[in-house]
Design a protein around this ligand. Structure first.
Ligand code: AMP
Ligand code: ZN
Length: 433
C-alpha cells in the first residue's frame, strides 16, 4: 500500500459514516442560514435539528440547477459575503449563470481534495505538472492549479488551446503529468503525428482526463499514444469543481470522497433511490463547505455505485464512469451547452425562421457544432454577400453565448425535417467509439 496523502483517504466505512452524520448536521445548520434554504425549510416545515444522521437525509428537499439560478447572485450564501474570497461559475454559461462561492477555508479544503486525487494516481512533489485547462470561471483551471501546488508540483498554468505552445512547454520543461480534456488529448496526438513530433521527446507519465464523458477506448488511445497512465477525473463546479471522484491506480471506477461529499443515486423520474448498484442520477451533498453548502444537489449525471471493495483498499465507494445526463445538456470540448441557449440566441435574430437543428460532429479528433438555421423567405435573397453577413452575425452571437464557435448553415424555410411531437433539436453524429 502506498503512503496515503492524508488519513481520510484510508478511513473505513464506519469512520466515514460516523463523520458523515456529524458533518451533515453542521451542513444543514449552516445551510439554514442562507436566504434560499431558510425560505425553503420554512415552506416545508423542516427544522435543522431534526436531521440527526444520514438516515434522515430524505427528509431534505432536492436542490436543482434551477434553484441555483433562482438564487443568483448570492441567495445561497450561508455566511456574510465579505467572508467569500473567490467565485466560479459553471462552464459555458454567461449572464445569469450558476455561481459558486468559496471562503478561504473552502479553498484550502478544495485544494487538499485535488491534491489527494493527484497523489493517489502517483503524482508526487518534484513532478512537473502542466494544466491544460481553461483558467477563469471554469473550475478545471484554478482547481487543479492550487491542488498541484499544494501537493508540491512545479505547476505550469498553460491554459487551454494553442497546440504548438503546449508542446513546447511539455518538451522544454520535461513535464511528467498533465491535466487535459480527453478530446483535446486526441487532438494534440494527431497534431503531433502531423508534425512528426515523436511522443518519446516528452517525459509524460500521467494524464488526468475528465470534464467530459469519454469511453474506455478513448482512455486506451490516449495511454497508448503518449505512453502514460490516464486517470478519470470527475467534478462539477457546484461541488467545488474537480476533486469529487477520481480513479485510483486500479483504474476501475472513481472513488468518491465520502468524507467531503454525501452521495445518493436516484431514479431521475421519481426521485426514489435506485437499488444498490443500478444506474441513476447522482445526487450530492457537501459535507465540509462553509460558504455555500448545498443539500442533495441533482447533478443530472448518470452513473452507478460499483459493488465490492477496491483492491487498493480505499473504502470510499466507487462510481462508474458517467454514461450520460438526465437532461439535454451537451458537453462539447468540455464546455456545457444547453440547446435552449442556442434557441434563445436564434430567436432574437429577426431574419431567423421557424426551425433549427444542432448537429454535433467530429472532425479529426475534435468535436464541432454545426447549426442549421432556417431563414425567412423574405431574407433568403440571391445576394451572397448579404447571406454571408447574416451567417457570420449568427455565428458571432452564438459564440458570445456559448463560448465556442459553431459553423452556421443557412437553409430555406421549411427545409429542415419536421418531427411529430417533441421537436428533435440535436443530432449527435459523433462516433460512439
Ligand atoms: P462544470 O460544472 O462546468 O465543471 O461541468 C460539470 C459537468 O461536466 C458534470 O456535471 C458532468 O456532466 C461533466 N463531467 C465532469 N467530469 C466528467 C467526467 N470525468 N466524465 C464525464 N463527465 C464529466
Ligand atoms: Zn481503488
Amino acid at each position: 500500500m502506498h503512503q496515503p496523502y492524508c488519513p481520510e483517504e484510508f478511513w473505513s466505512q464506519d469512520q466515514l459514516r460516523a463523520v458523515q452524520n456529524t458533518r451533515l448536521q453542521t451542513t444543514v445548520e449552516a445551510a439554514a442560514r442562507s436566504p434560499f434554504y431558510r425560505q425553503r425549510f420554512a415552506a416545508l416545515g423542516i427544522c435543522p435539528q431534526d436531521i440527526r444522521s444520514v438516515e434522515d437525509l430524505r427528509q431534505l428537499p432536492l436542490t436543482t440547477k434551477d434553484d441555483l439560478r433562482a438564487a443568483y447572485p448570492d441567495q445561497m450564501l450561508a455566511r456574510p459575503r465579505h467572508e467569500m474570497v473567490r467565485l466560479h461559475a459553471s462552464s459555458g454559461t454567461t449572464g445569469a449563470a450558476t455561481v459558486v462561492y468559496y471562503t478561504a477555508n473552502d479553498l484550502v479544503a478544495w485544494a487538499d481534495l485535488v491534491a489527494r486525487c493527484m497523489h493517489m494516481t502517483g503524482i508526487r512533489p518534484g513532478d512537473t505538472f502542466q494544466n491544460i485547462a481553461g483558467y477563469g470561471l471554469f473550475t478545471g483551471g484554478l482547481g487543479f492549479h492550487y491542488g498541484a501546488e499544494r501537493l508540491g508540483c512545479l505547476t505550469i498554468p498553460a491554459g487551454a488551446g494553442n497546440t504548438k505552445r503546449q508542446l513546447k512547454l511539455l518538451e522544454d520543461f520535461q513535464v511528467t503529468a498533465v491535466h487535459i480534456i480527453p478530446s483535446y488529448a486526441l487532438h494534440l496526438a494527431s497534431a503531433m503525428e502531423e508534425m512528426d513530433f515523436a511522443p518519446q521527446r516528452l517525459a509524460l507519465r500521467i494524464a488526468l482526463i475528465g470534464a467530459e464523458p469519454h469511453t474506455e477506448a478513448m482512455r486506451r488511445r490516449i495511454e497508448d499514444f503518449f505512453g502514460v497512465k490516464a486517470y478519470n477525473s470527475y467534478g462539477l463546479s457546484e461541488m467545488n469543481g474537480p476533486g469529487v471522484a477520481f480513479e485510483c491506480p486500479e483504474q476501475s471506477g472513481m472513488h468518491l470522497w465520502e468524507d467531503a461529499y454525501l452521495a445518493e443515486i436516484i431514479d431521475p423520474n421519481t426521485g426514489a433511490p435506485v437499488p444498490e448498484g443500478e444506474l441513476g442520477e447522482l445526487v450530492l451533498t457537501t459535507l465540509t463547505r462553509e460558504g455555500m453548502p448545498l443539500l442533495r444537489y441533482r447533478t443530472r449525471d448518470l452513473t452507478r455505485f460499483l459493488p465490492g471493495t477496491c483492491p487498493c483498499r480505499r473504502q470510499h465507494r466507487r462510481i462508474d464512469r458517467i454514461t450520460g445526463r438526465s437532461d439535454d445538456m451537451i458537453i462539447l470540448k468540455g464546455v456545457n451547452i444547453y440547446p435552449m441557449q442556442v434557441e434563445r440566441v436564434l430567436l432574437g435574430i429577426p431574419e431567423v425562421g421557424q426551425n433549427y437543428l444542432i448537429i454535433l460532429e467530429r472532425e479529426g479528433h475534435l468535436d464541432q457544432m454545426r447549426v442549421k438555421v432556417e431563414i425567412k423567405d423574405e431574407y433568403f435573397v440571391e445576394d451572397m454577400r448579404v447571406l454571408k453577413g447574416l451567417q457570420s452575425r449568427i455565428a458571432s452571437q452564438l459564440r458570445d453565448e456559448l463560448l465556442i464557435t459553431p459553423r452556421v448553415d443557412l437553409v430555406e424555410s421549411n427545409s429542415l425535417p419536421k418531427s411529430e411531437g417533441k421537436a428533435v433539436r440535436v443530432q449527435d453524429l459523433r462516433p460512439k467509439e
